[in-house]
Design a protein around this ligand. Sequence first.
Ligand code: SF4
Ligand code: SF4
Length: 165
Amino acid sequence: MNITKNTASDRLTFWEKLYLPEIAKGMALTFKTMFEPKFTRSYPEEKMTPSPSFRGRPVLVVEETGGRCVACGLCSRVCPALAIEVQPGPIDAEKERMPKVFEINMLRCIFCGFCEEVCPEEAIVMSKDYELVFTSQEDAILPKEKLTVPIAQLQDRLEWLRQYR
Ligand code: SF4
Ligand code: SF4
C-alpha cells in the first residue's frame, strides 16, 4: 500500500508559499496596533494606585494611643506559610497584652490575607504597599518597628473591610 503524507508545505496556497503577503499582513497589524491605546504602565516611573481591595504587604495598625495588637497569636496560627512570629510581652494593667516580638518573614508571605481576616482587633491589615525589595534573607524578616503604620494611612482598607467582611 502506497501512503503519501501531506507535509505542512503542501497545504499552503501559492500566495502563502511566497510569504510576502503574510509579512505585509503582519506589518499592517503591527502599525495598526502602534496607534491603539496602551494598557501597559512604564513602571517604576508610573506608579500604580491600588484600590482598597488590593492585598499588599501585611502591616500593623497603630492608633494615637498605641498599637492595636494584643498578641493573641491567632494570625500566627492561621498563617499557612508560617510567616508570622508573635511573642507576647507582660500584661499591661492599663490595657491588654502587647507583643514583645512581632515579625513577618516576607519571603514566606503569600499575601493570602488570612491574618487580617482572623484578627479580632483589626490590628493587622493588608496595605497597598507592593514595592518589596530585599538585599538579604535577614532584611526580609520585618520586625514590629517596620510593620507599624499609622491608622490614618489605612482608613480606606479598614472601611473596605467593614463593608465587605
Ligand atoms: S498574608 Fe497570609 S501568608 Fe502573609 S502573613 Fe498573612 S496569613 Fe501569612
Ligand atoms: S495581629 Fe491580631 S491576630 Fe495577630 S496577634 Fe495581634 S491581635 Fe492577635
